[in-house]
Design a protein. Structure first.
Length: 484
């Protein structure tokens, strides 16, 4: 129990924090064996003892990990803060158990593998869903997405195709599926590594503390849970976006446009990064005579050339542009989708006079959300574009995530990564940290919606962790000479 000792007051033992987080991520990984997003042949009945124990263990580890992260945040702001190397070592330590764990918090990694296998088989991923592929791999994809075309760009599909091809799903087996999942997780890890490398440099350019940026933007529980544990392609998008901004701030605008375009060819929201690159490009000679026109035209030309060359090399075509309107899942809990469902229920209950408008409620709220997003982006750039373009981009991507028709906890990382680097005021940084901790608890390790029993087990695991942490705190600070 002494390994869980927690500090009191302002003194924070960083080594104890490292160990505490490692215990948390290990417990989470172990719990994922019974309660994670397992292959369909290995999924345990929700009411089985192993699944219940796994869920309790996963939430125990999750709460311990969040507590360790919060304590590291105190250490970073303390009188003797840890260095960047210490924080990077901590990221590696905490991520290591999750690398070998089953997929966590989402089944999207199976969709990635199926889409990669479709590209490898010369099937049009922008016209058909994974069900067109057929075979056992399709059964691993969540039913909601089996008939949905891929909304991802050619850069990510090329990576997924390479992983699926190396796993050789023509002969399906559990070992090949495990190898494919590990391959996709390694791709995500490369994205996380790029994020961690870019954050200190972005923070230095923006005049902020690199250690605080690493703590909030890379050690964040959402990064560990969803980019490492869930192997989401957002890691590659954010990493390339960060590298593009580092290049732009380092006066390499052409390389910046290429990198940001590649990020957008993973997931489309990164295209907003081109605005920041144009702003930074316009400050540099010889563009200063007609900064906006010259830099915008130059950026568009480089972007178009990068897109054309990449698409030609991958050979998937431009169907991803039409696939950007991929349907939103009915149970999506974004703000606009939730308001749309509430409005639908009210109109339906209002009687025949208004019931006919009920089917339009969700689309109308989605349109209002898009309008609000556009307004928020314009306000962010109007206020910050000259002095703090990285901050403006972070606020813009946050608005896209929060006001869009669909949201997942890891979407928040699009903007949070840049907000961490841009050095906002303490209130915004504290709000981002609190939101990260809350969102880390929002999804079950299986990625499915909880029933009452699962919710009770998750709460029980979290309370067990809080009890253990409180007991460790009391034990570490018992009166001298006490035998308790």
């Amino acid at each position: 129990m002494s390994s869980l000792r927690l500090p009191v007051g302002r003194a924070v033992d960083f080594r104890h924090c490292q160990l505490l987080g490692l215990i948390g991520s290990t417990a989470l990984a172990a719990g994922g064996v019974g309660a994670g997003a397992l292959p369909v042949r290995e999924v345990l009945a929700p009411d089985s003892g192993a699944a219940a124990l796994g869920l309790v263990g996963a939430y125990f580890g999750l709460v311990v990990l969040i507590a360790a992260w919060a304590l590291v945040g105190r250490a970073v702001r303390g009188p003797r803060p840890p260095g960047r190397r210490d924080l990077l070592v901590t990221l590696v330590l905490w991520a290591a158990p999750l690398v070998v764990a089953p997929p966590l918090f989402s089944r999207d990694v199976y969709s990635y593998l199926a889409q990669g296998a479709m590209v490898d088989a010369r099937l049009d991923v922008y016209a058909y869903g994974p069900s067109r592929l057929g075979g056992p791999l399709t059964a691993e994809v969540a039913p909601l997405w089996r008939d949905t075309p891929a909304p991802y760009g050619p850069v990510f599909l090329a990576l997924a195709s390479a992983i699926a091809g190396s796993a050789d799903f023509g002969t399906f087996s559990a070992d090949r599926l495990t190898g494919g999942v590990l391959g996709m997780r390694l791709v995500a890890l490369l994205g996380v590594a790029l994020m961690a490398l870019c954050l200190p440099r972005l923070a230095q350019y923006c005049g902020t503390d690199p250690s605080v940026a690493l703590w909030l933007g890379a050690l964040n529980p959402l990064v560990l849970l969803h980019l490492v544990g869930g192997a989401h392609n957002d890691a590659v998008m954010i990493g390339l976006l960060g590298a593009g901004l580092v290049a732009a701030l380092g006066r390499r605008p052409v390389a910046a446009v290429v990198l940001v375009t590649l990020a957008a060819l993973v997931k489309a929201p990164a295209a907003l990064g081109l605005v920041a690159v144009v702003v930074l490009w316009a400050r540099q000679p010889p563009w200063a005579r007609a900064p906006w026109l010259s830099s915008t035209l130059a950026a568009l030309c480089v972007c178009a050339a990068t897109t054309a060359v990449t698409t030609a090399l991958v050979g998937t075509g431009y169907g991803w542009l039409a696939a950007l309107d991929t349907p939103v899942s009915p149970e999506n809990w974004s703000l606009t989708s939730t308001l749309g469902r509430m409005s639908t229920a009210v109109l339906t209950d209002a009687g025949s006079g208004l019931a006919e408008f009920a089917r339009h409620a969700v689309p109308v709220w989605h349109l209002l959300g898009l309008a609000a997003t556009a307004l928020a982006v314009l306000l962010a750039w109007r206020r910050h574009h000259l002095l703090r373009p990285v901050h403006a981009l972070g606020l813009s991507l946050t608005a896209v995530a929060l006001l869009g028709p669909a949201i997942r906890p890891w979407y928040v990382l699009w903007g949070l990564f840049l907000i961490a680097a841009a050095g906002p005021g303490r209130p915004l940084r504290r709000a981002a940290a609190c939101a990260s901790g809350v969102l880390a608890l929002a999804v079950l390790p299986s990625g499915s919606a909880p029933d009452a029993t699962q919710l009770a087990l998750a709460v029980g695991g979290g309370l067990l962790a809080l009890t253990a942490l409180w007991g460790a705190h009391r034990f570490a600070h018992r009166p001298v000479g006490s035998t308790a």
